[in-house]
Write a protein that binds this ligand. Structure first.
Ligand code: CS2
Length: 489
């Protein structure tokens, strides 16, 4: 079948939207690190909107820091791809033209550094996942023991990490007399801009203290809250879109209609006039906390409990009444720890979230969300637990979710199916579980991992007791048995 490309754009069915601007006239203003599905369905669409509005400065050169897969899908298509928005009833297709090239960083670090250091590049965005920042999830400090980071501390000739690329590129800009770019983390890290800035400054300091000072004084690392549910594309999605369009697109992404990008209004250079879905604000933290604790916290609970129960997709987990009870209870608990912005009505937000999770056409896999739990737990579940414990409040729903994560680390679901625990700390958690003889010992051993559980939280008797109770229930009766036991307070 014919592939999507600049040459075949005109052959698409009339109801597929396509770039209405001249792609050849577009300049590269954005470099993106970590081009996965999320970037293609989120930030790239925002810059595509800016291009469509007539500002030609915002083409994107994107990089994969590891695998060539996305480049191999996109470059043969002139970097065009379809965004398929599924609202549960129908779907809308739009071809995005903002991406101009995809570089596989390990193959050609020089090409990536050159475009990051180019005068027209004003913004560097990142979706490298929580673990890509090389920061301790509990404290946010650089993980000195990480092999790639250690290599970047020794030399930045061929950077290995995202902070490494940023430091190396900023060094070139400074030597060339150019201003820094604005670096925007678009990952679900708490205080993502502050954490990225700290990582970059620390790494820069190891190489050249004067460079670190220049970045601190002149650079900008806005905080952001990013939101759109973007499940991984499957072979069936690609086949269905090909049948609909008569043209094959190996780089398509699917997403829900909802899209939100709250950005701290702190840029050190040009930025587009942002359009739909983007809010500039002075204070991102209240947005970010609400999103991480309500959306992502519930997501992780659904992923571990549903995954253990052998349920493949989020909407199927929520077809169980007892799972809905748990999610509502988790929200009851987490919301008392928030100071939401005035524009955010939590009751409305919760109803909207449940409807987004219920979308049956997204087919968001529990396994996808379960990935990298060690990096996600602190901001999603542990921070609200710590806040509630401090206020002397109950934590049953949140603790059940953490207990499900503990059980998940064993690598077996309730049907006895083995799976691979996809997490940078999988070896550590496996070793903890291997040493421990009973439920309480398993809880204690996992609570001892300081890069996940801050010592003050690990030392809480109430937290430990709730974990021992819920892990025991899951071990005996499975996730569904524990969910059936759970009563909303
Ligand atoms: C999910 C997120 O995989 C996960 O951990 O919770 O990717 C979630 O879908 C997005 O943050 C939604 O904005």
């Amino acid at each position: 079948m014919t592939r999507l490309s600049a040459a075949t754009l005109a052959d698409l069915p009339a109801d597929v939207l396509r770039p209405g601007y001249d792609r050849v006239a577009v300049k590269t203003g954005v470099v993106h690190l970590g081009i996965g599905a999320f970037h293609r369905a989120h930030q790239a669409v925002v810059f595509d909107d800016a291009l469509a509005a007539g500002d030609r400065r915002w083409g994107i050169v994107a990089a994969s820091l590891r695998s060539p897969a996305v480049r191999d899908h996109m470059v043969p298509q002139d970097c065009l791809y379809t965004l398929l928005v599924r609202d549960g009833a129908g779907e809308a297709a739009r071809v995005i033209g903002a991406v101009q090239d995809v570089i596989v960083a390990p193959e050609d670090p020089e090409a990536l550094l050159a475009v990051m250091a180019a005068p027209d590049t004003h913004i560097v965005t990142l979706t490298v996942t929580e673990k890509g920042y090389k920061l301790d999830p509990a404290t946010g400090a650089l993980i000195e023991g990480d092999a790639q980071l250690a290599a970047d501390i020794v030399s930045l000739d061929r950077p290995q990490t995202a902070p490494g690329y940023i430091v190396a590129a900023l060094a070139r800009r400074r030597s060339a007399g150019l201003p820094p770019f604005t670096a925007i983390s678009c990952d679900n890290l708490p205080h993502n801009g502050t954490r990225l800035r700290a990582a970059v400054l620390e790494l820069a300091r190891r190489h050249d203290p004067a460079l670190a000072e220049w970045i601190a004084a002149r650079g900008a690392f806005p905080e952001t809250m990013v939101d759109r549910i973007v499940p991984a594309t499957t072979a069936e999605d690609i086949a269905a879109l090909a049948a609909r369009m008569g043209i094959e697109d190996q780089a398509m992404v699917k997403a829900e209609p909802f899209v939100q990008w709250v950005i701290e209004d702190r840029f050190c250079g040009p930025r587009p006039v942002f359009g739909a879905g983007v809010q500039l604000t002075a204070a991102v933290a209240p947005w970010e906390e609400a999103k991480l604790r309500l959306l992502n916290g519930a997501h992780s609970a659904i992923a571990y409990l549903g995954g253990l129960a052998g349920i493949e997709h989020v909407h199927e987990v929520l077809a169980l009444p007892e799972a809905r009870v748990l999610v509502e209870a988790l929200w009851d608990e987490s919301q008392t720890t928030l100071s939401p912005p005035a524009e955010l009505d939590i009751a409305t937000y919760r109803r909207a979230l449940m409807a987004r999770f219920d979308n049956p056409t997204l087919r968001h896999r529990t396994r996808q969300i379960a990935m990298d739990g060690s990096q996600k737990l602190p901001q999603r579940l542990l921070a609200p637990i710590a806040a509630r414990l401090e206020a002397g409040q109950s934590i049953e729903a949140l603790a059940l979710a953490v207990a499900a994560w503990m059980r998940w680390q064993g690598g077996w679901d309730d049907q006895g199916q083995a799976f691979t625990v996809d997490d940078p700390l999988a070896d550590t958690t496996a070793a903890c579980l291997a040493q421990a003889g009973d439920t309480a010992a398993r809880v204690d051993s996992l609570l001892g991992i300081e890069s996940i559980f801050p010592p003050a939280l690990a030392g809480s008797g109430a937290f430990r007791m709730a974990l021992v109770h819920w892990l025991g229930r899951i071990e005996t009766d499975g996730a569904r048995g524990a969910l059936r036991d759970f009563k909303r307070a």
